[in-house]
Write a protein that binds this ligand. Structure first.
Ligand code: 7TS
Length: 414
């Protein structure tokens, strides 16, 4: 792979791996500040997928012929890369899913519906993405369990002092939290939550969709039971994500989807399930996408997660400094040392969607909306925010263009 390892990341150089940065959008180079929604894809990932389709493509696990063997090697090699990326004890504990959303649904359905009952308590947080909030709310509703939400403080950080009150609601069975909030960038104390959950005999489910692209992940150090991540947020293709789960829990769970590949034997009298991880991978999987996911893991790992985190911290501090000069900007979220490269803000007196429209005219791509965190918007007392988010290819000049665009939006619409 062409990417050199940097102790300090050279974003300008990395940008040459991304064709999109050579394009003009509205006659201007795009300032892409929406990486929390999805990241751009480097040539190395696209080449790996194209190469796979051209030279190694067939369905996996089914053929003895050479191409099928190559395809299976590519697909299973990607699984090994995911396992190593999250420090899983075994690659059999890594299940490929369609997305982080599907990974979290898998746990809520296949574990939740069979293990929850009245008197149990399911705990999520005010910072959850709907992909983590809603499946657990649904599983609690279906089983009669109580659904509790850990509130946030003024700075957008979890109020762990509320856990005592939550515990009084019944038997705590599940705690589900993201490691990094997609809206505020808050880095959550997942290890402490896992310890609290385990003391009560509960499982810890970590949504690492926003953490995996930016921070070193270790499921053994986090001491969680399940962890979900997504390829498209870390330079990989969309359509594939992964769930890591503890083997004994996965073994005990019923399947989530039924069909080909996930069975051992089928008859009219009795059908039995395949071993892990195939029990949870019904049907033809996203094969080339898995290969692309693996190539993305290689790319991100070669750049270095430490360097990525440091680079984004620098941009975050710079952005908050520049926004601090503008008294008509409201920003939300914790201080940079407990936050990832995500900035949610509002321009006083201008609707976020109008701000985003002005920014688009300037070639600045940000997200305006509730970011699939409506409970959090309610807590913040707003219907939407503008969100700028960074990745390894983001540069200071893009932040300057964002700030100029915000000034334009304020002067023309405010
Ligand atoms: N969890 C978090 C914390 C997320 O940010 C997202 C996507 C998901 C789960 C869902 O992941 P997916 O793999 O199913 O896409 N977040 C966003 C976002 O913030 N804007 O668009 C998608």
């Amino acid at each position: 792979m062409a990417v050199a390892t940097h102790s300090k990341l050279d974003a300008e150089r990395l940008r040459t791996d991304f064709a999109v940065f050579e394009e003009l959008v509205n006659g201007k180079p795009v300032a892409y500040l929406d990486s929390a929604a999805s990241t751009q894809k480097p040539r190395q990932v696209l080449d790996a997928m194209r190469d796979f389709y051209e030279h190694s493509y067939a369905n996996v696990h089914r053929g003895v012929y050479r191409l099928a063997e190559r395809a299976t090697t590519g697909y299973e090699g990607a699984r090994r890369k995911v396992a190593s990326y999250v420090n899983a004890p075994s690659e059999r504990e890594v299940i490929f899913t369609r997305s982080a959303t599907e990974a979290l649904n898998l746990v809520a359905y296949a574990w939740g519906l069979d293990n929850l009952e009245e008197g149990d308590v399911v705990v999520v947080t005010d910072l959850e993405h709907h992909s983590s909030f809603v499946p657990w709310q649904y599983a609690a509703g279906r089983t009669g369990a109580t659904f509790c939400v850990i509130p946030i403080d003024e700075g957008g950080e979890l109020r762990l002092d509320a856990l005592d009150e939550i515990e009084r609601q019944g038997n705590v069975k599940v705690v589900a939290s993201n490691l990094v909030s997609n809206t505020l960038g808050t880095v959550n104390p997942v290890q402490a939550l896992a310890a609290w959950a385990h003391e009560r005999g509960a499982i810890m489910v970590v949504d690492a969709a926003q953490a995996a692209p930016h921070r070193h992940l270790d499921v053994q150090a986090l001491d969680c039971e399940f962890l979900a991540l997504s390829s498209h947020k870390m330079c990989g293709p969309s359509g594939i994500g992964a769930l890591w789960g503890r083997r004994e829990l996965l073994e005990a769970m019923s399947p989530f989807n039924l069909g080909g590949e996930m069975i051992r034997s089928v008859s009219a009298e009795r059908t039995t399930w395949n071993e892990l991880p195939y029990k949870f991978e019904a049907g033809t999987p996203a094969i080339a996408e898995a290969v692309g996911f693996g190539a993305a893991i290689d790319y991100v790992s070669e750049v270095g997660l430490g360097a990525i985190e440091q680079h984004e911290r620098g941009l975050l501090e710079y952005t908050l400094g520049r926004l601090g000069e503008l008294p008509w900007i409201d920003t939300y979220g914790p201080p940079p040392e407990r936050r990832a490269g995500i900035v949610s803000l509002n321009v006083e007196g201008v609707h976020p969607h109008d701000v985003a429209q002005v920014l688009d005219w300037e070639g600045v791509a940000v997200r305006a909306g509730h970011h699939c965190t409506q409970p959090l918007m309610t807590k913040l007392g707003v219907s939407a925010t503008i969100r700028a988010s960074f990745y390894l290819y983001s540069i200071q000049e893009e932040v300057d263009r964002l700030v100029e665009g915000l000034v334009k939006a304020k002067t023309s619409l405010g």
